[in-house]
Design a protein around this ligand. Structure first.
Ligand code: ADP
Ligand code: MG
Length: 381
C-alpha cells in the first residue's frame, strides 16, 4: 500500500511527504453500554488508513483517494466543504482542529486503506484519526490524544451527520499492539489490558445484512434503559446511569416497570459486569472465560436486549456447535458481524463451514475478516 501511495504522491505533487497511519477497531465486549455510562472494551486492528502528507505552502488541501480514484481540492474556510463524502472527513478534521485553536496549514495528501467500509470496523474513525494525528504533528499543535479523538467524533457529528459516541475514535487514537482498552464511558477513564491470545485467532464473520429496524429500535432501547434507571434512582439516588445500578436494585423495582424495560436493564447491568470479568480473565491469560463471556453477551443481546437477528443467531449457534471459544454479535445489532475467538487449529474448518452453511441457508456468502490487535494513530518511519 505504501508503494502505491508513494508512486501516486510523487506523480501528482513531484515531492515526498511524511507517512501517517491509523486503524479501524473491534470491540471485544461491552455492547450498548456506552450510553448507559458503562464500559466498552475496544482495540485497534491491523486494518487501517495510510496517508502520505506534505505541507504545500498554500491555504488549500489537495487530496487524492486511491481507493475512490478521486482528486479533491478544498480551502480551509467553513464555506469550502467538499461534495465528496470521503473528503468531508478530512475537511471536518481540519475545521475541528481550527475550532480548538490549532493551526492547519494547507497540505497535499494521497491516502488508501483496507478497512472494509460500513462493515462495523469503523473505517471512518481510521480516516479521521489518521488526519487528526498528522495535522497535529505537522503543525506542532500539541493537542492531546483524547482531544484528537474528539476532533474525529465532532467531525462525524458536524460534517458527516453521524451522532456517534467516542469509542471508535478513542480506540483508533489510543490503540496499541497486543492491548485492549477498557474505557469508562461515564468518567472517560481508561486502562490497557493485555490481549495476546496465543493459539487463538480473532475472526469476524460479516452477515452482510442490515435490517432496517436499527434506528427506531435503538431509540426504544435507550428509553427503556432510562426508565429503568429512573425507577431504581428513587431508591438509590446515586444511580446516575443504569450502569451504576446493582442487580439487586433492579430486582427491587421489578413490579414497577414494564417487563420489557426490566429485560433491557438486566442485559445492561450484566454486560457491565461481564466487561470487568473479561478484564480479570485477560490478566490471568484465561481466554476460555473470555470466550464464555462473549457467548453470554450474545445471549443477552439476542434474548434480553433483542437486537440480534436470524442471520446473527445462526452464526452464533454454529460457532457454539463447532466449539469455537467465543462468539457474539458485534456493534449495534440487526445485522453486521459476529466477532469470534477461535482456536488456531479450528480456524479453517470454522470459516469454511460458516461460509458453506450460511450460504445454503441465506443465499449469499458472509465475508470473513481476520483481525489482529495492533497500533492506532501513528507516524510511520
Ligand atoms: P464505517 O462503519 O466503516 O465507519 P462509515 O459509513 O461510517 O462506515 O464510513 C465509511 C466512509 O468513510 C466511506 O463512505 C468513505 O467516505 C470514508 N472512507 C473510509 N475508508 C476510506 C478509504 N479507504 N478511502 C476513502 N474513503 C474512505
Ligand atoms: Mg463510521
Amino acid at each position: 500500500m505504501k508503494t502505491r501511495i508513494a508512486e501516486k504522491f510523487s506523480t501528482l505533487f513531484a515531492t515526498e511527504g511524511e507517512f501517517f497511519a491509523s486503524a479501524g477497531r473491534i470491540n471485544l465486549i461491552g455492547e450498548h453500554t456506552d450510553y448507559n455510562g458503562g464500559y466498552v472494551f475496544p482495540g485497534a486492528i491491523d486494518k487501517g488508513i495510510m496517508a502520505e502528507i506534505a505541507l504545500n505552502g498554500t491555504d488549500k488541501v489537495r487530496a487524492f483517494s486511491l481507493d475512490m480514484d478521486e482528486y479533491v481540492e478544498f480551502g480551509l474556510n467553513e464555506e469550502d466543504k467538499p461534495h465528496q463524502s470521503w473528503a468531508c472527513y478530512i475537511f471536518g478534521v481540519c475545521r475541528e482542529t481550527i475550532k480548538r485553536g490549532g493551526k492547519v496549514a494547507g497540505f497535499n495528501t494521497v491516502f488508501a486503506g483496507d478497512v472494509p467500509l460500513g462493515a462495523g470496523l469503523s473505517s471512518s474513525a481510521a480516516l479521521e484519526s489518521t488526519f487528526a494525528y498528522a495535522i497535529n504533528e505537522l503543525n506542532a499543535n500539541g493537542i492531546d490524544k483524547f482531544e484528537l479523538a474528539k476532533i474525529g467524533q465532532s467531525t462525524e457529528h458536524n460534517y458527516c451527520g453521524v451522532k456517534c459516541g467516542i469509542m471508535d475514535q478513542f480506540a483508533s487514537c489510543f490503540g496499541k499492539e497486543g492491548s485492549l482498552i477498557r474505557l469508562n464511558c461515564k468518567t472517560l477513564e481508561y486502562k490497557y489490558f493485555p490481549f495476546n491470545p496465543e493459539g487463538y485467532r480473532l475472526v469476524l464473520v460479516d452477515s452482510c445484512v442490515k435490517h432496517e429496524l436499527a434506528s427506531s429500535a435503538y431509540n426504544k432501547r435507550r428509553q427503556s434503559c432510562e426508565n429503568a434507571a429512573a425507577a431504581i434512582r428513587k431508591n438509590h439516588p446515586e444511580v446516575e446511569f443504569l450502569s451504576d445500578a446493582k442487580r439487586l436494585w433492579l430486582d427491587e423495582v421489578r413490579e414497577e416497570i414494564p417487563q420489557e424495560d426490566f429485560l433491557r436493564a438486566e442485559y445492561v447491568i450484566g454486560e457491565v459486569q461481564r466487561v470487568l470479568d473479561v478484564c480479570d480473565a485477560l490478566e490471568r491469560g484465561d481466554y476460555e472465560t473470555v470466550g464464555e463471556m462473549m457467548y453470554q453477551t450474545h445471549f443477552g443481546l439476542s434474548k434480553l436486549y433483542e437486537v440480534s437477528c436470524e442471520e446473527l443467531d445462526f452464526l452464533n449457534k454454529l460457532a457454539r456447535k463447532m466449539d469455537v471459544t467465543g462468539s457474539r454479535v458485534m456493534g449495534g445489532g440487526f445485522g453486521g458481524c459476529t466477532i469470534n475467538l477461535v482456536k488456531a487449529e479450528l480456524y479453517q474448518d470454522f470459516v469454511d463451514t460458516a461460509i458453506q452453511k450460511f450460504t445454503e441457508r441465506f443465499g449469499h456468502a458472509p465475508k470473513i475478516y481476520d483481525v489482529v490487535i495492533s497500533d492506532g494513530a501513528r507516524k510511520l518511519q
